[in-house]
Unconditional design. Sequence first.
Lengths: 478, 478
Amino acid sequence: MSALHTVATRQLKRRLGARVDVSAAGCWAASFDSSKISFLPVAVITPRVEADIGLVLVLANKYRVPVTVRGRGTTLMGSAAPVRGGWVLDMLKLNRVVIDADAGMAHVGAGAVTADVQRAAATQGWFYPPDPSSKEYCTIGGNIACNAGGMHGGKYGVTRDFVIALRGFLPTGELVQWGTATKKFAAGFNLRDLWIGSEGLLGVVTGAVLKLIPQPAARWTLLTAFTDEVAALKAARVLFRARVQPAICEFLDRESVLCAERATGQTVFPGQAGRPVILLELAGTVSEVKDLQREVLAWARTQALAYRAARNRAEVEALWAVRRKCSGAMFELGDAKLNEDIVIPMRNYEKFAKFLARLKRDSQLPIPTFGHVADGNLHVNIMYHRANALETKAAEAAVQQLMKTVVAMGGAISGEHGIGLAKTPFLRLQHNPAQVKAMLAVKKALDPRGICNPGKMFSVVRIWKFPKLAIQLPWDHK
Amino acid sequence: MSALHTVATRQLKRRLGARVDVSAAGCWAASFDSSKISFLPVAVITPRVEADIGLVLVLANKYRVPVTVRGRGTTLMGSAAPVRGGWVLDMLKLNRVVIDADAGMAHVGAGAVTADVQRAAATQGWFYPPDPSSKEYCTIGGNIACNAGGMHGGKYGVTRDFVIALRGFLPTGELVQWGTATKKFAAGFNLRDLWIGSEGLLGVVTGAVLKLIPQPAARWTLLTAFTDEVAALKAARVLFRARVQPAICEFLDRESVLCAERATGQTVFPGQAGRPVILLELAGTVSEVKDLQREVLAWARTQALAYRAARNRAEVEALWAVRRKCSGAMFELGDAKLNEDIVIPMRNYEKFAKFLARLKRDSQLPIPTFGHVADGNLHVNIMYHRANALETKAAEAAVQQLMKTVVAMGGAISGEHGIGLAKTPFLRLQHNPAQVKAMLAVKKALDPRGICNPGKMFSVVRIWKFPKLAIQLPWDHK
């Protein structure tokens, strides 16, 4: 820790008292996110009111102290890890949730938990669709930082599509507000959306106005099995071409299905053990779902090897339990995972399925893949054993090959996780030098001293080379 | 024209030949948009291929020539007028429209006409909802520049909600691409959305990938009349609180209704002459519309003075014809119009109706007001006679009062028109000094020489003091 940081921290402590924690335990707890790589900060600040944050930023600028904002730290990308030390701003106390049932909007603090927002909206008949798998733990602030998605993305959209306005601080410490609590706004540059997905590099979000939609009155779940991955992804394309938009449309490849089956001791689709599946859910008004149901059954009859509708709530739960199991179960295939969330344009679905089969064969690694086929966002999980040098090398080569192919196919290297530390080696595959230059110019313009979440997104870090903490987090997939 | 600009234009002409028009007629035609205030450029460039634009920008930077991009110039805000002279880039030739019917996306050039995109999508069963009233003329590039809205905004959203990816040039001349043809993208800063609504100040858009949604199979139109404006806006709030989302929900105040009635010689709602109305349209699947219809009729029975459903296509057309007539007919009330498109949060609907009644009374001016009540975006038209100094002064005072009140009520000074020149006096009511400073910093970062659409958004211009061309444009409201 530099002498300047010590002076700055002492001043901060004098101003904010007990809101500043410099204890070893406090600093350790804020030193890592779900990537489980630890970088110790010198203090953790828990703001009680917005103005605390302005003060933190002014001092941080004066003494050039790095500031990393965290919600619950569920990100797998290292985005919330204070890689350059300094101060961590813990936003969990700013967790207000107020529903405006007339306008269909939620006014929330950055520290509000996503599922709490969903529940508060639901009590008034409204629905907040973005649903990252950690939604019982993660915060809206974190969701905004990485533009989180989830299973509902294909039909309803991602976090960005539900953010109406933001409040927060510029890196230089001034309070700002981007947008008003109105669905239309066309006055001045749109820094709201520049902030969304900028992973805390361009400012500190303290609160948001979120858009809600009417809670669907009816839902219907169907499980379909296919001979192989190419057939499954082709069938998905046929469904979307018919302009049928399921609320959820989840694909699990054979390896993912096998993981789930080993973990649960049950067959995902009885009679179709080990087959790739698509699990889909329709949502809407009662009659809308009925209409769509007919179309989806007609599709399943011609496209699937077998299909099966859930007949009651218990069956629905059983089907979705499988989807949730597959991710954790993967650790039977290796003790390390390169967890990617690439996006493939629909026109290249089958081509990508073929590429993935080749990648598995060539790398000799298990690469269970599942994800959201309504929007092409697939979770590709490259499994290996850390202690095995050959496997580690094969995993590194596989992830490079994957990212190059994704970009060559017109896709995105991340759909909902963001870059953080973990994807920094691939940012320049996605963006040409002019694009990166423009981003860095914007960063410099808004954060001239580079204090907000330094070391993320643009500096290349090979995260798999760092030691990982051997801890279990509450939201880890079991 | 400066000597440098002459040198630059000569070089440009040598490189691009007939694509550069320096004729008086050509320059005059590009000297104004629908604000009808003329500022002569020194050349108009019509790019045939993207690379032409890179060349233009490189030369413009070298010689500091202002560059103003135009589509059809339907904006009323002066955003496409070359207020500082220089070069105009005319994008109309870049008008490609390709529909990807599998993915539900349109790949379009910036010069593609909005209604052409809608028609191309419709032939394949897809729907592009944003529908500015000039949609038969205006271009997607222009829609992106001002984040255009239209009548469908409340349920479906505005241009921003349908832009998946953008291509174009940084002000410094490099080709960039923001996003991929995928619904999810979370890699790097989001300069796509920073560009949208930035009115050509941060780059030149050459093409876009647009999201489409399934074409609604059914539509149903209902006209409702109310005792007064407060009752009408209260009734709208009751409808939205019940989570009924009409595809279109248009409000016309008494003065707007009277304008339409005078223009057509017909009564808008027979038996309810001169009453404020709400005209709404439901859209969706056949059974969805049937469900909603029941709810809307129940609402109309309790809330409206009278209501009337269109029984056939001809009746639907007749109802919407009224809505289209009201704007042009206003020029019977004055030869000048301050055309505002403010946005009011739903919670303040009735309060705003009362304010508007006071404003009309105090200013002694006709202020016919109509607009999109599903999103609070109201077109407030302050009518006066230019030659009448008292009226002109009253109009200026009224617009100031309007904007202050809108911001005090938590609303937006523009919902879909943008700032351009016309709303520059009000930008700082909406945005605090830190917000403006951040916007200017971003501008400087991306356009260090300030060549892209200079003089817009941030420099205060009182557009009503400029002489207006006495011309009729094809898209002028008749």
